[in-house]
Ligand binder design. Structure first.
Ligand code: GLA
Length: 757
């Protein structure tokens, strides 16, 4: 996997190669990243620059081609004539470390890291470089995740001298040649996370960064470069949960440099003698086509990042009462929901915000861990037992990084809250200073107690504001704060969750901290506070470019969306949520008996195909989503707005064996008749007042079977596309019509028919 010959380093994954060498000046020259190669040599791989370009600063005055600005480099350094974006800025005793030269390498070095990393790398290579003037030594670490087609890179600096080192910037750079690249990146905000934006990679610098002291719902750290000529795609993402920055620079000589790491705008670090500083890992993957690169990332996250017990473990179906109740609940009400959720097929009951003292709204109570005796007169152990007796797992919400002014902890220790100069509020709350050891101990103790005392199976770890007052009395330099906060968070998560089998779902006002760092501790993330399935098409569509469906939590909520006021059918709410970790979050009290029946049918069906949905190979094209595992393929086709007399459309399936025969069938789903109001008289021979009591009653006990299509087709034909039953055309009713209208959708199951053509 790592071949080393005459200072040429060749890192191979199953399907890709990454190659660099050491040149005569001791510099690490990047040679190739792309489709897997076997035996190509340096001569064939290298740039053939015969003479220098104008305006260059030469590294070696006797060599006109030694301008560092024209080379693809593994390490970007200041002051040596490289004028692209740089990723190293380290100072020792007023001297900047600038000229790192190769000193050697080591294979499979093992060390403990303070930051989350991928586990079980197939092989690890450490390259050492040193700046002779300052004596600063860097270690460039390359990890090969062979089976995932993923490489991970990070840097380590150890202060071996006696003077302090000051690091103002340290990140990984990856240099490539432009290939008519587009940049695909993911941006949003609360209830509109991770929408995909595709732009031609412009000349100059494109920046993706966060300053919220979280990865943020505004700018996802992961992105792709896709060639418009060759369909080569390079994907990048950081294993980090704090302020990040990636700069993608395209130069007029059509070189592309990616620099990625902790955001230097909010960073500086003093490294004392013998201390070590590490950068977060940049993971990257190359393949043809974006779906393949996404699948590589999915594989890496499932197999090499989430806590090991969750690698291939199916996630339970959740019921969470938040959208149904907000803070207005008590034990009796919740047990009613739990019993109902159990009957509907849910497996995990999540008790959300509001269970502890002083918490009847979001004005007070955060950091209290005492159970509210008014809401739970028999205590939490009793409640947890009741849930377990129902045969459900018991989950609980916490927001441990936060404190309300009205809380026990704040009354005793106001100094634990951030805000040395001023205190600024987000959702009426302050942030605990995780750089303080006692604060971390307080959180670890309380969350661990909760887990043990109440036999908690699942924790929803929330964090509901951006951080503003980034100063701390506990540390000397303000610019160290943001990174130290995240190191504090990782320390807490490590102490609570490593070695425990509690399922951790990370959440931050929905998807404000959806990142690879959190996934190293918890196997799922609440993707968004937006449960409108049509919005979710963009949110889950964007997230699933970077993260597997097994970590994307997705709930079915009420017909009328609380976030958008859009009404959508139950079938579409389920169809979208099933491409993720399914849950329900609607008020179960007012479900009609036909809705209950349909939800039970949904959870039964999901359980049958859960493995395919959570761990299958996922591809997406516009609003067609496909998952495949062990010979079963499921395709979801989603419509946003309909048009009058919509044209016929086709079901296309990718990745099948062209020679085999497949059985195609649509998932049965019900249509609730009140959606069709007065038009229903064309279906059932009764003239019912569309707003009357009879309609209300009929709607409770009677629903229509949606059209069902079933046929046998070859893989080749399915790849070309088979025609679907036509949609409603305004000309009449037939039970074989797809009555989609706005926001309609259908799932199709494609399975191998034994005999081949
Ligand atoms: C955040 C979460 C929600 C819910 C509330 C509770 O907004 O994203 O799911 O837990 O907090 O206050």
């Amino acid at each position: 996997m790592i071949k080393i010959e005459n200072q040429l380093f060749h890192l191979q994954t199953k399907e890709s190669s990454y190659i660099f060498c050491v040149d005569k000046h001791g510099k690490l020259i990047h040679l190739y990243y792309g489709q897997r190669l076997e035996n190509d040599n340096e001569e064939a791989l290298g740039q053939h620059q015969i003479i220098g370009v104008g305006s260059s600063v030469l590294y070696d005055k006797t060599d006109t081609t030694s301008s560092m600005n024209m080379k693809l480099l593994e390490l970007s350094e200041p002051q040596i004539g490289d004028y692209r974006v740089l990723s190293t800025d380290i100072w020792s005793d007023k001297q900047q470390a600038t000229d790192f030269k190769y000193v050697g390498y080591e294979l499979d070095k093992v060390f403990q890291s303070d930051l989350p990393r991928g586990h079980e790398a197939s092989e690890r290579l450490s390259i050492y470089v040193e700046d002779s003037l300052t004596g600063v030594r860097l270690e460039l670490v390359y990890e090969v995740f062979y089976d995932s087609n993923v490489l991970s890179r990070y840097l380590v600096v150890t202060n071996t001298g006696i003077d302090d080192l000051v690091i103002s910037n340290l990140g990984v750079n990856v240099d490539l040649m432009n290939d008519n690249f587009e940049l695909l990146s993911y941006h949003g905000g609360w209830i509109r996370e991770a929408h995909e934006y595709v732009n031609d990679l412009g000349m100059g610098r494109s920046v993706i960064a966060s300053t919220t002291t979280s990865t943020s719902n505004q700018h996802q750290p992961g992105f792709f470069l896709r060639s418009k000529d060759s369909n080569d795609v390079y994907g990048f993402n950081l294993i980090y949960s704090g302020n990040h920055m990636s700069v993608i620079e395209r130069t007029p000589h059509e070189m592309v440099r990616v620099v990625s790491g902790v955001n230097p705008e909010t960073f500086q670090w003093t490294l004392k003698s013998n201390e070590r500083y590490e950068t977060p890992s940049l993971i990257m993957s190359y393949s043809k086509g974006i779906n393949k690169v996404s699948q590589n990332f999915h594989h890496f996250i499932n197999q090499h990042l989430v806590p090991k017990p969750w690698a291939n473990k199916e996630r339970p179906i959740t019921y969470n009462h938040w959208e149904a109740t907000f803070f207005d609940y008590n034990e009796k009400k919740l047990l009613k929901y739990a019993r109902s959720a159990k009957e509907l097929g849910c497996e995990l009951f999540v008790l959300d915000d509001g269970w502890f003292t002083e918490r009847n709204n979001d004005l007070s109570g955060l950091s209290n861990y005492q159970v509210d005796p008014k809401k739970f007169p028999h205590g939490m152990k009793h409640f947890s037992n009741k849930i377990h007796e129902l045969g459900m797992l018991f989950g609980i919400w916490v927001e441990p990084e936060m404190v309300s002014e009205k809380s026990e902890l704040y009354r005793q220790h106001p100094e634990y809250a951030l805000g040395v100069r001023d205190k600024r509020y987000g959702r009426n709350q302050l942030v605990l200073d995780l750089t303080i050891q006692e604060v971390r101990d307080y959180i670890v103790l309380n969350v661990k107690n909760l887990v043990e005392e109440y036999s908690v199976d699942y924790i929803k770890w929330d964090m509901n504001r951006h951080i503003s007052d980034t100063e701390s009395l506990a540390i000397n330099h303000g610019k160290e704060f943001s990174h130290r906060y995240i190191l504090g968070l990782y320390d807490i998560l490590e102490r609570i969750f490593v070695g425990s089998d509690v399922l951790l779902e990370s959440c931050s006002s929905g998807g404000n901290r959806f990142d690879l760092g959190m996934l190293a501790y918890g196997a799922q993330v609440w993707s968004s506070d937006d449960t409108d399935p049509i919005e979710r098409l963009s949110i889950q569509g964007g997230l699933s470019r970077l993260y597997p469906l097994s970590v994307i939590s997705a709930h079915v909520a009420s017909e009328l969306s609380q976030q958008t006021l859009r009404r959508t059918p139950l079938s579409t709410r389920f169809n979208v949520a099933s491409f993720g970790v399914l849950g329900y979050e609607l008020d179960l009290t007012y479900l009609t008996s036909v809705e209950k029946k349909e939800i039970k049918a949904q959870t039964d069906w999901y359980k049958q195909y859960r493995k395919v949905f959570q761990f299958g190979l996922f591809t997406q094209h516009n609003n067609v989503w496909q998952v495949t595992l062990d010979g079963i393929t499921i395709v979801g086709i989603f419509q946003k707005l309909t048009s009058a007399s919509p044209p016929s459309d086709r079901l296309r399936v990718v990745g099948l064996d062209p020679k085999k025969l497949y059985h195609v069938s649509s998932k049965p789903q019900r249509i609730f008749i009140d959606r069709y109001k007065e038009l229903i008289k064309h279906v059932i021979p009764l003239d019912i007042n569309p707003s009357g009591k009879l309609m209300e009653l009929t709607n409770q006990y009677f629903s229509l079977q949606d059209q069902q299509q079933e046929l046998i087709a070859s893989g080749a034909l399915l790849e070309a596309g088979i025609w679907l039953n036509s949609q409603y055309l305004g000309t009449g009713y037939d039970k074989q019509l797809r009555l989609w209208g706005d926001f309609g959708s259908t799932l199709y199951v494609i399975t191998e028919k034994e005999n081949t053509l």
